[in-house]
Design a protein around this ligand. Structure first.
Ligand SMILES: Nc1ncnc2c1ncn2[C@@H]1O[C@H](COP(=O)(O)OP(=O)(O)OP(=O)(O)O)[C@@H](O)[C@H]1O
Length: 669
């Protein structure tokens, strides 16, 4: 071996190697990604040289081969790429690689751990794990001399002849004593799978290819079937439920970006604030913490974003304000909105199927970003009690105002489609039991202008909803966790004249009989029947915090209405909900609430009569007064039960009292 040259690497920071070894401590493993990426670059450069006719020999199948030698403690990465001449080694390794290393280290020292995946550390990252690095390379150029370069981690290097005969490069690392893990085959496989799984060159290790290679996001969406997307999702997120829908991102102007984003089924045990989107740069994995790039409200999405235009060597804080990054974020939001709009327009059934989970993203996004809100406001839908009749569904006026950006303003192609169906999208949505807020307001303008009746729990509020439905009033379901505390107040700000009332907050006038039973029945006390009922219940229940009111519910069949209802005034209930939320406590049922007695119900009438017919005997209550009291309690229990159900104690006393009432009743038979 002839030593061609010995020399010093041109760097200005004296102690660059100790810094590489120590400062970048946490991310040592990325050296393999960097070396593999260099090999991929070298392979594609050779391909170009061959295409342009610069390289006349036959190009062999490109491949990268990794091998370990446990005895000598070496790990080597070999490629059949373009190789380097002596001059190139001097220039690219001794000068370029190390001066860019110096730049990076200087930046890095200021804000350690602030870089996304320490991307582009380059060749010198090998020194994080190696005490000696050797390069054995032969350039593709005719007559090139094979070169051997070696450096032991000091700024000194040695260049010598090499006996290499194949065009390409082998980088061999003699690992440091505490970096021996990289001799383990399982570790190598894991690193390749994490970082280099999708690079377009086969990586061979122990005689087999260990990377998947096919980066689905780089393919044209036209050539892909649903099953391809699902299979890819299952590969990225094994043992997870299939996603609801996905968006294939594909643009080359004003930045290059490819990706596939999936809407997963939202599960309560998944922390949605932790991003699950994988960031790639030219098919090389960079990080799965890309909070700075993806708009926050899209964090629960999964999938891949690949863009060489995301600056990866700036600090995370600088990324957030970076112009390209902001444009990328806008682009992604818009694409998501477009995808949802096209689904809304094309397939009401699928849109609704996804809505339960996707709706939460969309609502959250609308709260967070005004731009996104504007894109999706016409496709926010709510489950409703409204059922369109045949005539209505044909109506032309139901055509929705789905806003589609004009082509000139839109630098990204729009995906809105011509409608094939005879029904307008809104009609199709309404046939499936959903509606938009605007449609609700328009439909109910005459009966209750600017008021929205809603229900947050279909089972506990079923009695109330039924009452509204019986009187032909439409109720919307707002039952996602985001609705009560955030989204309804948000909608009230957006539609500033509109007020939302939960079905159990107060009863709308349309539900009540106008001429209340105000006939005077007791000339002695001058009390109306309603006042007598109120008094009877107040005495029987003996709870000063309970506000008892009387109303007559409108109905063709009073037996079909509830005898009493518990009401929680809207403002008071919301305040309690907010307080519970901020104090992170479970929401307790408020002690102060309204018990509304339905004076039109026959049971209330019977209880009143039972009480009035009682004969006071000696010291105690008459049996019928006792019974009336018990029944009042029972009516209250039933009202509570249909509002919130019981806790253990409540259930126990309810069952006990029910048994007593039944016993008393059967005694009389
Ligand atoms: N396997 C290889 N085959 C051929 N040339 C290589 C190889 N590895 C490195 N080089 C040369 O050395 C140069 C410096 O490599 P280095 O990894 O430090 O930086 P880079 O690849 O240019 O950029 P990055 O910092 O993004 O990795 C490369 O640009 C390339 O010219």
């Amino acid at each position: 071996m002839t030593v061609l040259e010995k020399g010093n690497i041109t760097i200005h920071t004296e102690n660059i190697f100790p810094i590489i070894k120590k400062s970048l401590y946490t991310d040592h493993e990325i050296f393999l990604r960097e070396l593999i990426s260099n090999s991929v670059d070298a392979i594609s450069k050779l391909k170009m040289a061959s295409l342009s006719g610069d390289f006349k020999q036959e190009v062999t199948e490109p491949e990268i081969v990794i091998s370990v030698d446990k005895e000598n403690k070496t790990l080597s990465i070999s490629d059949n790429g373009i190789g380097m001449t002596v001059e190139e080694v001097k220039k690219y390794i001794n000068q370029v690689a190390f001066s860019s290393a110096e730049d990076f280290i200087n930046k890095y020292q200021k804000s350690a751990n602030d870089f996304i995946g320490h991307f582009g550390l380059g060749f010198y990252s090998a020194f994080m794990v190696a005490k000696k690095v050797e390069i054995d390379t032969l350039s593709y150029q005719e007559g090139a001399q094979a070169v051997h370069w070696s450096c032991d981690g000091s700024p000194e290097f040695e260049l010598s002849d090499s006996s290499r005969t194949e065009v390409g490069t082998t980088v061999t690392l003699t690992l440091l004593d505490d970096e021996q893990e990289y001799l383990e085959p399982s570790r190598i496989r894991q690193l390749v799978k994490t970082y280099s799984d999708f690079i377009p060159v086969p990586i061979k290790f122990e005689g087999e290819q260990i990377n998947k290679q096919k980066a689905l996001w780089k393919e044209s969406p036209q050539n892909l079937k649903d099953e391809d997307y699902l299979e890819f999702y299952r590969y990225l997120y094994p043992f997870q439920e299939d996603p609801l829908l996905w968006v294939h991102l594909n643009t080359d102007y004003p930045f290059l970006l490819n990706g596939i984003l999936y809407f997963p089924k939202l599960r309560p045990d998944v922390d949605v604030s932790k991003g699950q989107i994988k960031l790639f740069c030219n098919q090389v994995f960079v990080s799965d913490h890309c909070e700075e790039i993806i708009p926050e409200f899209l964090m629960p999405l999964r999938g891949v974003i690949d863009s060489p235009d995301i600056p990866l060597n700036v600090s995370r804080s600088a990324l957030t304000n970076h112009r390209t990054v902001r444009r990328i974020a806008d682009f992604i939001s818009k694409k998501i909105a477009d995808r949802l709009k096209s689904l809304y327009n094309e397939n009401a059934q699928d849109y609704i199927r996804c809505w339960e989970d996707v709706g939460t993203f969309v609502k959250y996004g609308s709260l967070k970003e005004d731009k996104f809100k504007k894109q999706v406001e016409d496709i926010l839908i709510y489950r409703t009690t409204y059922k369109p009749t045949e005539n209505e569904s044909k109506s032309e006026s139901e055509t929705p105002k789905v806003e589609v950006q004009g082509a000139e303003e839109d630098i990204w192609q729009d995906v809105s489609q011509e409608k094939q169906d005879s029904d307008s999208p809104l009609v199709a949505i309404e046939k499936q039991g959903y509606t938009t807020l605007q449609s609700y307001l328009d439909r109910n303008q005459e009966r209750h202008e600017n008021r929205v009746f809603y229900c947050t729990d279909a089972s506990t509020q079923a009695t109330y909803v039924q009452l509204y439905k019986n009187q032909g009033l439409e109720v919307l379901y707002f039952d996602s966790f985001i609705d009560t505390n955030y989204f309804i107040p948000f909608l009230e700000r957006e539609y500033d004249k509109v007020k939302f009332s939960r079905v159990d907050s107060e009863l709308d006038q349309t539900l009540l009989q106008e001429d209340k039973s105000n006939e005077i029945v007791d000339p002695a006390t001058n009390k109306t029947r309603s006042e007598q009922i109120k008094e009877l219940f107040e005495k029987a229940l003996d709870n000063p915090k309970l506000n008892i009111k009387t109303e007559a519910l409108k109905s063709d069949d009073p037996q079909g209405t509830p005898p009493a209802m518990v009401l929680l005034p809207e403002a008071m209930r919301r305040l309690q909900e907010m307080t519970a939320l901020y104090q992170q406590q479970a929401l307790a049922f408020p002690e102060e609430h309204i018990l509304m007695i339905n004076t039109a119900h026959p049971l209330i009438d019977n209880i009143l009569k039972l009480n009035q017919g009682s004969i006071v005997t000696g010291s105690g209550e008459s049996p019928s007064a006792k019974m009336a009291k018990m029944l009042c309690q029972h009516v209250y229990d039933l009202a509570l039960m249909s509002q919130k159900g019981f806790d253990a104690q409540g259930m126990k006393s309810f069952v006990e009292r029910s048994n007593q009432v039944l016993t008393h009743l059967t005694e009389k038979l």
